[in-house]
Design a binder for this molecule. Structure first.
Ligand SMILES: [Mn+2]
Length: 318
């Protein structure tokens, strides 16, 4: 029988006994929500599930049921390996460096490299969690309240609360459908997007104090010592990019986050429709979406910043 992608994934999951699921480093709400949503659904179907994230679950998302099961190391045997919300296999991080390519790759990034044996890549969906909302029932997997909470968190996070330009009526219908499972949407919304820790707010302060703008680009830089002095434990921008990209009078927002091993994590946001920042991210071997993209660029902070500002202007004609 010639199966379609849903048929093939369903069959693969039915045969599975021990399932390993992961997502990308510095996981956002969609990475975590998709991982936990799929993980719990597969578990409820009677499989052993290992949910692993190289960087673990940040405190922002630890309220999700299932977050306590997420580990940072692969432990023991598995027969089925799944990645979610991961455009590039290398972005799974260190624990996965020696592993063979995954059996199933589920993602919504237009730059996805289709590195899985089975690839469910839907670039028009607002979140990987939105893909799972549609497909889990087709694989015979039940959406329960904890699964719905995790998936709704993914949709809320990637659409920044339904305000990104790719938000569709379909995304609102998916969210409404997930709410029907008794999910507390305002609470999930507050947790994912509004509530902040004291240290991450201080960290924002250091980034905001260094804000610069030139030629339609607005940017800031966060260093290792900024994190130390703010007492911020993560190695990301604490979503400051979403504040940067709300600053009027610019076309592109960029944030530079210094990393320990001599590289810089760069995030771009397009603030004008018609600008595709994935193009410039791709130039630096990163990826993402037209409106939001990122890359890990080796080198010293000031050099990376100069090169990125130059290429952003040149490649995007701004
Ligand atoms: Mn996503």
């Amino acid at each position: 029988m010639n199966l379609d992608i849903d048929g093939e994934i369903k069959q693969r999951l039915e045969q599975a006994k021990n399932v390993l699921i992961t997502s990308h480093v510095r996981p956002d709400g969609d990475a975590i929500g998709s991982l936990i949503g799929l993980g719990l659904a597969v578990q409820q179907a009677g499989k052993n599930v290992q949910m692993v994230l190289a960087d673990g679950v940040s405190s922002t998302f630890r309220h999700l049921e299932g977050a306590e099961q997420v580990s940072t190391k692969v432990d023991g045997k598995f027969d089925t390996f799944i990645t979610v919300d991961c455009a590039d296999f290398k972005r799974t991080g260190k624990p996965f460096e020696q592993l063979a390519r995954p059996d199933i790759n589920i993602d919504h990034h237009i730059t996805n490299e289709k590195f899985g044996k089975l690839n469910l890549v839907e670039g028009q969906e607002v979140a990987t969690a939105a893909i799972l909302t549609n497909h889990l029932p087709r694989w015979g997997m039940a959406i329960t309240q904890p699964v719905a909470s995790a998936l709704l968190t993914g949709i809320i996070s990637d659409t920044l609360g339904f305000r990104t330009s790719n938000t569709t009526p379909e995304a609102l219908r998916q969210a409404a459908q997930l709410m029907e499972y008794g999910v507390d949407m305002p609470e999930l919304y507050m947790r994912a997007l509004v509530r902040r820790s004291f240290s991450s707010t201080r960290y924002w302060g250091t980034g905001l104090a260094k804000l610069e703008q030139k030629n339609g680009i607005v940017w800031t830089t966060l260093t290792l010592s900024d994190r130390k002095s703010a007492g911020y434990g993560g190695n990301d921008d604490a979503d400051l990019i979403n504040v940067i990209s709300s600053i009027d009078g610019n076309k592109v927002g960029i944030i530079f986050v210094e990393q320990t091993d001599k590289h810089v994590k760069v995030s771009w946001r397009a603030m004008d429709t018609g600008i595709n920042v994935a193009k410039v991210a791709k130039h630096f071997k990163g990826g993402g979406h037209a409106a939001a993209a990122g890359a890990d660029i080796p080198g010293e902070l000031s050099e990376v910043r100069a090169s990125v500002l130059h290429s952003t202007r040149e490649l995007l004609n701004i």
